[in-house]
Structures are given as C-alpha cells and as structure tokens.
Design a protein around this ligand. Structure first.
Ligand SMILES: C[S@@+](CC[C@H](N)C(=O)[O-])C[C@H]1O[C@@H](n2cnc3c(N)ncnc32)[C@H](O)[C@@H]1O
Length: 162
C-alpha cells in the first residue's frame, strides 16, 4: 500500500524539483520530500496549519529546511494571487475537499504547473477506502479532467499530466 507521497514520487521521477502543496497540516507530505531530496524546493499553503495544538507542528518540523521551504498561511482562495506566474513541477491539492473548493483550487492552481508537470491531489473517492472518501473531490476532478485523470486507489490519489 503506497502513500500519496510515494505515488507522487514514482510519477514525478525527479530529485530536483519545485513543488506546491495546498493544505499542509502537520507537514507529513512536505517533510517526506524535503528529507529525501536535498535539492527540492517546496511551498505550501494552509489557512490554519496549527489547529492540532501540538508543539510538533509544521514550522517546528521544517525549521531545518527553511532555505528550501516556504509556508504561506492563508486561504487557498486568495493565496494564489501571491504566486501568479510562479511555475512548479507539481501542485498537490489537499486542502478543503468540498466540490466548490476543489474546483476553485484546480482552476486557480493549474496555471502554476509547468508544461509537462503534474497536477494532483488526495482523497479522490473511489469507494475503496471509506476513510479517504470525499465525493466532492471526485466530482470536481472528473468534471475538469474526465478520462485524462489517473487514480491510484492505494491512498485515494489522483493525478494528471498537463
Ligand atoms: C488533510 S489536511 C492536509 C494534509 C497534508 N496535505 C498531508 O498530506 O500531510 C488539510 C489541510 O487543509 C487546510 N485547509 C482547509 N481548507 C483550506 C483552504 N481553503 N485554504 C487553505 N488551507 C485549507 C486545513 O487547515 C488542513 O490543515
């Protein structure tokens, strides 16, 4: 059973890249890549990454990577205005999983993916893993990408090459 990070790792096939994550929480996703690839750079956006009230939060965990990691604490609905024109090898969408917000994140942030880069996300409802099921994600992804999308049901991961 692969995690969302391991699946993206296989799809990306790069050790030097610039990535963007929408929805960070404790930083599990970013720490996987920052730890594994010393030349990667990652930016992430989260409107409330400290909600779990733990001292082991994303800022603490990424302290040693601060030359390669940026955390933007803001709603993804407005944060995209700060990175207009910035291009990433991948954008990983894992913030608000409602239909309307997934649709907004796809439409706003697909413009930040390089040609040939990867737009992807978590929690695509494939009816195989009820813990990861978010029907709004599936609806939005299917509406925009139809059969261009690839699903890996191991961790309800979806991706498309742009
Ligand atoms: C499932 S967690 C992210 C987990 C993380 N991507 C990982 O793989 O470890 C979802 C996060 O999205 C954030 N979030 C929810 N709605 C958001 C929004 N509209 N803008 C920015 N962040 C949002 C929440 O604060 C939460 O920390």
């Amino acid at each position: 059973m692969l995690t969302r990070m391991e699946i993206l790792d296989k799809v990306l096939k790069k050790s030097k890249f610039h990535g963007l994550e929408i929805g960070t929480l404790r930083g599990d996703f970013v720490c996987y890549f920052l730890e594994k690839y010393k030349e990667c750079r990652i930016t992430s956006i989260d409107k409330d990454p400290f909600k779990l009230d733990s001292h082991i939060d994303v800022e603490y965990r990424t302290e040693k990577y601060k030359d390669r990691y940026i955390l933007i604490i803001e709603d993804s609905l407005t944060a995209w205005e700060k990175i207009i024109g910035v291009k990433y090898d991948f954008v990983f969408i894992d913030g608000d999983h409602s239909y309307s917000m997934t649709m907004a994140d796809i439409k706003n942030y697909k413009n930040n993916v390089i040609k040939g880069g990867i737009l992807c996300g978590h929690n695509y409802d494939k009816d195989v893993n009820p813990n990861n099921a978010h029907p709004g994600v599936k609806r939005a992804v299917d509406e925009v990408f139809g059969n261009r999308v690839t699903i890996n049901s191991d961790d309800a991961f979806w991706w498309v090459k742009l």
